[in-house]
Design a protein around this ligand. Structure first.
Ligand SMILES: C[S@@+](CC[C@H](N)C(=O)[O-])C[C@H]1O[C@@H](n2cnc3c(N)ncnc32)[C@H](O)[C@@H]1O
Length: 305
């Protein structure tokens, strides 16, 4: 981005004497928007506003109701630094350090996948399966930021949850989010390679595992390919490695009547359902996302309900 000050009319008197033009909320918003447009980001107007809010320390209302409010050089430099990160296509969630998911405002960093809106389908299924007043034990395999598990625990006050991940950094983020949301007393986080260190049985087992075929990762949008943890993306040669590992251990960890729900990538639902049936499960109807893509494969053990 260009420097934070421009030559031009004096901002105080609007006279044509030579002087540094004062940056205002609207001028830095416009400049940031142009930078993001040139970098090819998808929503430059909105994102530029969010960067101004974060860099200056103002609200959306401040920008809209008082656009000509002058900002200091230090504030302008903050916005410029944030815009340069976004210009390099770092995800907004990492730059802002937070991401909304379900009803939660989660802290995120580069150790975790930024939770996606389609994953809320999995939460919706889970909540439909758990009674509001009944105790239940929930397991989230590959808990990441804690998005799925913490959304469930925050809406089901009698549920207890275990979140496992093989990333120590991700577990630290999930723990911190559990504390902030106020459910840490009902959540346990375990460092584990899938089932290796999981104990006990569960009423509900959920997972949004890594499912991108290895060879496809480099071709994803730069925000994902360059910044999100490979461990959260890489599903092996056909994208299904994690489903095989999860389904191998699933039957012995489900309580009688228990169910599982697995998020899947586009075009993977039938293959994952077939794997689940091979492992002795009865598969339910797939849950479709807003684009009509099957996104969640659900099932339970065969036999009497
Ligand atoms: C796609 S991310 C999902 C994160 C979070 N559940 C969500 O939906 O936003 C997959 C997660 O699985 C974890 N993971 C990958 N391989 C694993 C393994 N072998 N054992 C446990 N967790 C693993 C990653 O570290 C990552 O946090």
């Amino acid at each position: 981005m260009s420097g934070v000050r421009q030559r031009g009319l004096c901002w105080r008197c609007a006279q044509g004497h030579v002087g540094a033009m004062q940056e205002t909320l609207v001028s830095i918003w416009t400049r940031t928007r142009r930078t993001l447009e040139a970098a090819g980001v998808e929503f430059p107007v909105n994102e530029a506003r969010l960067l101004v809010e974060a860099g200056v320390g103002v609200s959306r209302l401040d920008i809209i109701t008082d656009p000509r409010r002058p900002i200091s050089d230090a504030q302008a430099a903050n916005v410029t630094a944030l815009a340069e990160r976004r210009e390099a296509r770092e995800p907004m969630a990492y730059i802002l350090g937070r991401k909304s998911f379900w009803t939660l405002d989660l802290e995120v960093n580069a150790d975790v996948l930024a939770p996606r809106p389609e994953t809320e389908l999995l939460v919706e299924f889970a909540l439909g399966h758990l009674n509001t007043d009944a105790p239940a034990r929930v397991l989230d395999l590959g808990v990441g930021s804690g998005a799925i598990l913490l959304a469930i625990l925050s809406d089901r006050p009698r549920a207890e949850g275990v979140g496992i991940d093989s990333s120590v950094g991700a577990l630290a983020v999930a723990r911190a989010n559990a504390e902030r949301i106020g459910v840490a007393g009902r959540a346990t986080f375990i460092h584990s390679n899938w089932w290796r260190d999981v104990e006990g049985a569960f009423d509900l087992i959920v997972s949004n595992p890594p499912y991108i075929p290895t060879a496809d990762i480099a071709g994803l949008q730069p925000e994902v390919a360059l910044y999100e943890p490979k461990l959260a993306l890489d599903g092996g040669e056909d994208g299904l490695d994690a489903y095989r590992a999860i389904l191998d251990g699933l039957a012995s960890r489900l309580r009688p009547g228990g169910v599982f729900a697995l998020e899947v990538g586009q075009g993977q639902a039938e293959a994952v359902a077939a794997l689940a049936i091979d492992h002795g499960f009865r598969v339910g109807p797939h849950r479709l996302d807003l684009a009509g893509i099957p996104r969640v494969v659900t099932g339970k053990l065969t036999g009497p309900d």
